[in-house]
Write a protein that binds this ligand. Structure first.
Ligand SMILES: Nc1ncnc2c1ncn2[C@@H]1O[C@H](COP(=O)(O)OP(=O)(O)OP(=O)(O)O)[C@@H](O)[C@H]1O
Ligand SMILES: [Mg+2]
Length: 281
């Protein structure tokens, strides 16, 4: 369980990016964080693993206060959080398999990693995850030879390799086409649900957030202004979060897609379908 209370972030230049955000995630749910550019979404996600140092307030994962951890404890805590970024952060000259296995760094010793000797159970798990994200057969491909969608699949497999207690996901689909974006979000949703891992996902695409999240949080100028189920995200709520605009298209579109069953439930395809999609994209 993640419990954030009264989180404040003031950057060194005096800019107040978070004004006391409180938020509890007590179930393994997908929580989408939406809001205008500059609202504080990335700051919030990064405070949780302290890539950004919180100024005040409390962040606790399963009762452990993260803001007070020393360097070594913080490293151990970060291993419990899987991070998936927009920019993938793969090691370009390493293979898909090596990138995924690097998710276990920190549990594997330096020398094991240097000689690329990973425990057989880690290798087995990596194969399994790669199959699950649709990249079977691509284990030995170098990361720099993959498309954006494939790279993000590697990023997801790597994050899950850590067996995280929490997934932190910052704009996983920002540089992907709409179809690949949906596939990636569906994959994150499925895998997180399967494993019972809660996920916080920053996402700009409101339609996609409505389609894939269990809960939506709206940030506006560093304050939490919306926290409810996707269905409650009305045109009025969107105005509150983003400001005045004609939202009817966005709201209807998501309703229609939902009604049609596209992406409904855990709806995504079989491993084989996902694989076909991965090769196509
Ligand atoms: N290192 C920093 N120093 C000063 N201000 C910063 C710093 N990093 C971010 N900010 C400011 O804090 C605010 C929140 O930034 P943040 O990156 O969290 O927004 P965001 O909601 O993720 O936006 P986007 O949707 O564009 O990614 C912005 O106004 C930004 O300019
Ligand atoms: Mg951001």
């Amino acid at each position: 369980m993640l419990q954030i209370s009264d989180l404040v972030k003031v950057y060194p230049n005096g800019y107040r990016a978070l004004h006391g955000v409180s938020l509890t995630v007590s179930e393994p749910q997908i929580v989408a964080i939406i809001g205008s550019s500059g609202a504080g979404k990335s700051t919030l996600i990064r405070c949780i693993n302290r890539l950004v140092e919180p100024t005040s307030g409390s962040i606790a994962l399963d009762g452990v206060e993260i803001t007070r951890l020393g360097r070594r404890e913080l490293r151990a805590m970060r291993r419990r959080m899987g991070m998936i970024f927009q920019e993938y952060n793969l090691v370009e000259r390493l293979t898909v398999m090596e990138n995924v296995l690097s998710g276990r760094l920190g549990t594997v010793t330096f020398w094991q990693a240097l000689r690329r000797r990973y425990p057989p159970e880690d290798v087995a798990m990596a194969f399994e995850l790669l199959e699950r994200v649709g990249l079977s057969g691509r284990e030995n491909t170098r990361a720099d030879a993959l498309s954006g969608g494939q790279r993000q699949r590697v990023g997801i497999a790597r994050a899950l390799m850590q067996k995280p207690d929490l997934l932190l996901v910052d704009e996983p689909t920002a540089s992907l086409d709409p179809k690949t974006s949906r596939q990636i979000m569906r994959l994150i949703r499925e895998l997180a649900h399967e494993r019972g891992t809660p996920a916080l996902v920053n996402i700009h695409d409101v339609g996609l957030a409505r389609l894939t999240a269990d809960r939506i949080i709206g940030l506006k100028e560093g304050r939490l202004v919306f926290d409810a189920a996707p269905d409650a995200l009305s045109a009025d709520a969107l105005t509150e979060i983003y400001g005045e605009e004609d939202w009817s298209g966005t709201v209807d579109d998501a309703d229609r897609r939902r009604g049609k069953g596209d992406g409904e439930g855990d709806g995504a395809g079989t491993a084989r379908e996902i694989e076909a999609e991965a090769f196509a994209g």
